[in-house]
Design a protein around this ligand. Sequence first.
Ligand SMILES: [Zn+2]
Length: 228
Amino acid sequence: MADIDIETTISDVKLFLEKLKGELPEVFTKPMPEVEGEEKQTQPEQETAGKVLYLGNLCEVELTLNPEQREPTVILVDNKFYVTLTSKDQNPSVLCEDFLRRQALDFLTARAKELAAKMEVTFNNLTVKDQKSLWGSCSQKNNLNFSYRLIKMPRAVIDYLIVHELAHLIHFDHSADFWATVEKFIPDYKQHRRWLNNNKYAVMAQSNVSLDNLKLDETNTTGGENNV
Ligand SMILES: [Zn+2]
């Protein structure tokens, strides 16, 4: 039976992994802890709490409250997130995810253009969505669509997912020719599929930055003159 979906789904990845089980080395990140008899591997909560996953790195977050600032801000410098709230009603996790969404569009668009040029294909539009069951898809009108969560993955895995969708512009199926095209540009793509399988829960999880991590901005807490 022909199965011609053109989407990189999580179950697609999982099925493929069944075939590869045990034959590939761990790559890119420190190995995830083994969980007996279950593929539900995820990073221990204490390890991810208060941190944001970005390009495969678990980044520290410095959270500050500054009621005098106009709007909350998220700034990323050297793999560290500086989040400034203007009120305790704001949710730092949501602010971080919004930041990642904006980053994803710029990052994926730029990288897709580079990879498309290499593969000698062209696409029309690239959109970034908040989809939980799909990493990416492409349409017959040559439009690409990716989950913003790709921005949490290592660059090499992102490249694989982009090349996967771009290869569908040449082969609109998952035939042997399609996989040969993927392999031509990403020779170690099977390792990236393994990474996806091992890390999908961490990538899917929302950043968990709680107000417990909040540091008061000293300029606003000293002297008591700012009491409202
Ligand atoms: Zn596909």
